[in-house]
Ligand binder design. Structure first.
Ligand SMILES: [Fe+2]
Length: 288
């Protein structure tokens, strides 16, 4: 990635992506604003785009999770009172049960801003534990979220947003990866100087913190890695790991930019970091 493009991209990341996940509490945001106060190009400009990205509410897993989601949505609205889009990248539910979706929708619809374009993606927890076939799990996802397809592209205020969706737990088809390649190519042809936002549930191996432990390894995924590598303007956000976004490795830049969305339900870490699953009452509530 050229230094100029990287610099421009980081400015855009800080100035326009107001909130990536619950980990960006008010104090984190203030710190970021402070860090950029010496840059005359960012302080007085209105952001081009504002959109929160969160994931992994996993409603139905544990007591208190609906309240954590409600709290996160409240905080996001305080931090970003005028959002252009709202992105949720998978694992809305713990089992893909109807009542879990219903709880998710009641909280989401209560808070989501009416002007914000909604992009909701499907994760492995929408498939793996409900006893339904993948097709029926997908239909339930469509019925409950109002989304019309598993993967799609939207242009919001002149910027391309590409949502990918698992077609069963831990699986993106070759067709979908090729579709992504086509979308990236078209987006670059429209404007080679604009970032392209890509969202998916599982991150790319050995990019952000946690992806060294949690990743998909198959031919399609290798094709996905090769596809993304061609586009330094990609800003990819992924969830699933539950690893804390407070870790500096939550943003990764090499061939493109990757960002970890963290988790709204519980926090997970590598062995030895703390000790596996962090007791939720001691840490997650602090994040929120
Ligand atoms: Fe997941």
């Amino acid at each position: 990635m050229s230094n100029i493009f990287q610099k421009k991209l980081m400015k855009l990341l800080v100035a326009t992506i107001l909130v990536f996940s619950l980990g960006m509490t008010a104090s984190t945001w203030n710190t970021q604003a402070e860090d950029n106060s010496g840059d005359s190009n960012t302080t007085s400009e209105e952001p081009n785009l504002v959109f929160p990205v969160i994931s992994d509410t996993q409603l139905g897993r544990a007591e208190g999770d609906p309240e954590r989601f409600d709290n996160a949505m409240n905080q996001l609205n305080q931090l970003a009172p005028n959002q252009d889009a709202f992105v949720f990248i998978g694992d809305l539910t713990s089992h893909g049960y109807e009542e879990e979706y219903d709880t998710w929708s009641s909280i989401f619809n209560k808070h989501v801003q009416p002007q914000a374009e909604q992009l909701i993606g499907i994760g492995n927890h929408e498939y793996n534990y409900n006893g339904l076939t993948p097709k029926k799990s997908q239909q339930r996802f469509f019925d409950k979220t109002g989304m019309e397809s598993l993967y799609y592209q939207k242009n919001i205020k002149g910027y391309d947003f590409i949502m990918m969706g698992e077609e069963r737990g831990y699986f993106y088809s070759k067709e979908q990866v090729q579709w992504l390649g086509d979308q990236l190519k078209q987006s670059e042809q429209r404007d080679p100087n604009k970032p392209i936002f890509v969202f998916l549930h599982h991150g790319i191996k050995n990019t952000t913190y946690g992806t060294e432990d949690w990743y998909i390894e198959n031919d399609n995924q290798r094709l996905l890695r090769e596809t993304l590598k061609k586009y330094p303007q990609v800003v990819l956000v992924a969830g699933h790991t539950h690893y804390p976004v407070s870790d500096p490795k939550s943003i990764y830049q090499k061939d493109y930019t990757a960002v970890n969305s963290g988790s709204i339900s519980y926090i997970w870490t590598e062995k030895g970091y703390l000790q596996g699953e962090v007791p939720r009452q001691r840490l997650v509530t602090d994040f929120l």
